[in-house]
Design a protein around this ligand. Structure first.
Ligand code: PNS
Length: 160
């Protein structure tokens, strides 16, 4: 059984992330999204909130699981029984960091491979950071995230 993990911050999930999850779901028997629990990054959404958002927006992907993880991505992959780490590549600017991570992970765990899926052109400019910024200035984020994510983002900013 081919199992892949897709680790990330997902703060919050965008249409770009969802596209990668759907495509990975059709390539692997199981795709397990790993939401990094990293207090050092001080995310806008708690890890529980990010997991719940992802569960909601991937309801139509039959073979996906959403889990929180801490520590190394390769250990998370091992714990899940995964052979592959999936990452999305948007542009050349992502490449250096992604290559460094993939090579580090390969040294740490030679039995686990990283596979890159190139982001759909429609979402190539998109990042969670950009979405949060546009939302913070009351811009229209409906082309970037599903309605549920837009709702929780707007709620979050009302609380601040
Ligand atoms: O969505 P992001 O923030 O680009 O995801 C980065 C992530 C979570 C994949 C990366 O920071 C990660 O794997 N962190 C876990 C710690 C780890 O394994 N570090 C070694 C790889 S350099």
């Amino acid at each position: 059984m081919a199992i892949a993990v897709y680790p990330g911050s997902f703060d919050p999930a965008t249409y770009g992330h969802i596209d990668i999850i759907q495509r990975a779901g059709s390539l692997f028997d199981e795709i397990i999204v790993g939401v990094l629990n990293n207090s050092a990054k001080s995310p806008l959404f708690s890890v529980e909130e990010r997991v719940n958002i992802l569960k909601r927006v991937t309801e139509d992907v039959p073979n996906v699981q959403i889990k929180a993880f801490s520590g190394l991505a390769v250990n998370f992959a091992r714990d899940c029984g995964a052979q592959v780490i999936v990452r999305g590549l948007r542009a050349v600017t992502d490449f250096e960091y992604e290559l460094q991570m993939a090579q580090t992970n390969r040294v740490l765990a030679p039995d686990i491979d990283t596979m890159f899926l190139t982001t759909n052109l429609e979402y190539a400019y998109l990042s969670s950071t950009i979405v949060k910024e546009v939302n913070a200035f009351q811009g229209d984020i409906s082309k970037f995230v599903p309605p549920f994510v837009a709702e929780v983002l707007q709620e979050k900013y009302k609380q601040r």
